[in-house]
Each structure stands twice: as structure tokens, then as C-alpha cells.
Ligand binder design. Structure first.
Ligand SMILES: [Zn+2]
Length: 270
């Protein structure tokens, strides 16, 4: 495989009628896919997909908007480490490459929710440490602020003291250059979605993140890149993200694709 979609959701409802067809398509397009769980059922399905398809890996965990009050009906779920330990124990082929997506989402939440999210997030950090796996971080601040990024950095810094190997990817990064630097200092990677193909404000940020710490992702079915805006997104479109990174970095696309794949192999250990 030449390209990597480090964060996709073929395990969600939106693909229930054609995930096999999309899986075949990504294979033909030379795209490796990491499907990310958002709760127990979607995590289990992500693992099944990785068992079925050689060009797929999986990530298991509980999304912060399902951990605490939000707009969604599946609110307030508890994180049950034993469920995930069960998946990890059966994972003899090492198809599970990280814990997540987990983190803090202040955009959809409220104050009571914040506390609950943090509790659930800490349990997932501890599980990642127990299995020596990286984290797939979801961080969304409240409108017009960077609060969730700052809180996340505070939490991670404390864990890093006793667990210097703790690392991960900041999925769908939308912070500032200063915040990006702080995550890089902690040894984390930063991934970009199709948003960079149409939102000009990402240019400086993409330019800033070093080539050996950058990852490409789609977050499919969400945020399709140009020229697929308005459609359901799919992992094959990660090629547009890589193309845009190459353009901004003024490097050849195949060189960038190769470096990003190496980054993914280093971080996710496959
Ligand atoms: Zn996601």
C-alpha cells in the first residue's frame, strides 16, 4: 500500500450497505485504512474489518461525545476497560494499533459532561499504557477557544512523567502553531483531514508540522476533500489530502506518501 488513511470509520452506519465494496476500492487505490471505534459495537466491528482485510488495522475506544451529555441519543456511556481488554486479548495478529478515539469534546458538551469525559479519557490512557499502545486523540474546543487543547496538554504532561513512552496522534488537528508545537514536544503526531484542501487557514500549520510527524486521514464518512465536497467521504480520498500536503510542502507526492506511511508504521508499530 502506498497511502495511509490513519483515521476512518468504515465501521459506522453510513457504510453499512457497502463497506465491502469500499474496502475493495481502497485496496485497488493502494490505500491502507485504520478504522477507528467510537464505542463498543463500532470498536468490535473495526477489529472484524481488520481481521477480514489485510490492508486494514483498527483502533478501539470510546468517543468523548458518547461518554458525556451531547446532542446524540446514545449519551452518557461508561467506559468498560474489560470489554476492550477482551478485544485486545483476542487480537493475536496485532490488528489493534491504538486506543481511541478518545479525548475531550467541549463543543458538544456542558460542564458536567467535561468532568465525565475526563474520567473516561483517563481510563483509556491507562489502558493504552497497560498495552503499550498509542492514543488516537479527539480534541474539540468550545467555540472560538482552545480550552480542550490546553486541558489535554495538562493531562498528558502529568502521565508522561511516569510513562515517557506514551504517544499518539492528534486527529483532525485544528489548533494553532503554538499548540501544535506543544504536542510535538510531547512526542505526539499530528494528522490532517480533507479540510486542508479547502480551508486556506491550514496552510501555515501544515507547513509548520515536520514531515516526520505528520499523518494523513479522511475521518470518512465526514469532511470530504475537494473535489468531492458534499458527498459521503471515503478512505480513497486520502490521496487528495496527501496531494495537498505535498503541494504545501513543495515536495513530490510519492515522496510525501512514503514518508507518511513510514510515520504511521513507526507510531502504530505495524
Ligand atoms: Zn473520527
Amino acid at each position: 500500500m502506498e497511502y495511509i488513511d490513519a483515521h476512518a470509520h468504515l465501521n459506522l452506519e453510513e457504510f453499512k450497505d457497502d463497506f465491502d465494496a469500499i474496502a475493495e476500492k481502497t485496496k485497488n487505490d493502494n490505500v491502507m485504512v485504520i478504522n477507528v471505534g467510537t464505542g463498543e459495537e463500532t470498536s468490535r466491528f473495526a477489529v472484524e474489518l481488520a481481521e477480514k482485510y489485510e490492508h486494514m488495522k483498527s483502533i478501539v475506544g470510546l468517543h468523548p461525545i458518547y461518554a458525556a451529555p451531547s446532542y446524540d441519543e446514545k449519551i452518557g456511556q461508561e467506559f468498560n476497560p474489560d470489554f476492550y481488554r477482551g478485544l485486545l486479548k483476542n487480537d493475536t495478529n496485532k490488528n489493534i494499533v491504538a486506543i481511541g478515539e478518545c479525548g475531550l469534546d467541549y463543543f458538544h458538551g456542558n460542564d458536567a459532561g467535561k468532568e465525565k469525559q475526563e474520567k473516561v479519557f483517563r481510563k483509556q490512557i491507562e489502558l493504552a499504557i497497560e498495552y503499550d499502545l498509542p492514543l488516537m486523540l479527539h480534541i474539540r474546543p468550545s467555540d472560538g477557544r482552545y480550552d480542550a487543547y490546553e486541558d489535554m496538554l495538562d493531562i498528558l504532561r502529568v502521565y508522561k512523567v511516569d510513562n515517557p513512552g506514551l504517544t499518539g496522534d492528534v486527529h483532525f488537528f485544528a489548533g494553532t502553531i503554538e499548540i501544535a508545537q506543544k504536542f510535538l514536544d510531547l512526542g505526539f503526531y499530528i494528522s490532517f483531514t480533507g479540510v486542508i484542501t479547502f480551508a486556506k487557514q491550514y496552510e501555515e500549520l501544515v507547513k509548520f508540522v515536520p514531515m516526520d510527524r505528520i499523518l494523513s486521514e479522511t475521518d470518512a464518512p465526514y469532511v470530504a476533500p475537494v473535489p468531492f465536497r458534499g458527498n459521503r467521504n471515503e478512505p480513497s480520498h486520502v490521496r487528495e489530502v496527501v496531494k495537498k500536503i505535498a503541494e504545501i510542502k513543495e515536495l513530490d507526492e510519492d515522496v510525501v506518501a512514503e514518508m507518511i506511511m513510514q510515520n504511521a508504521r513507526r507510531l502504530f508499530n505495524f
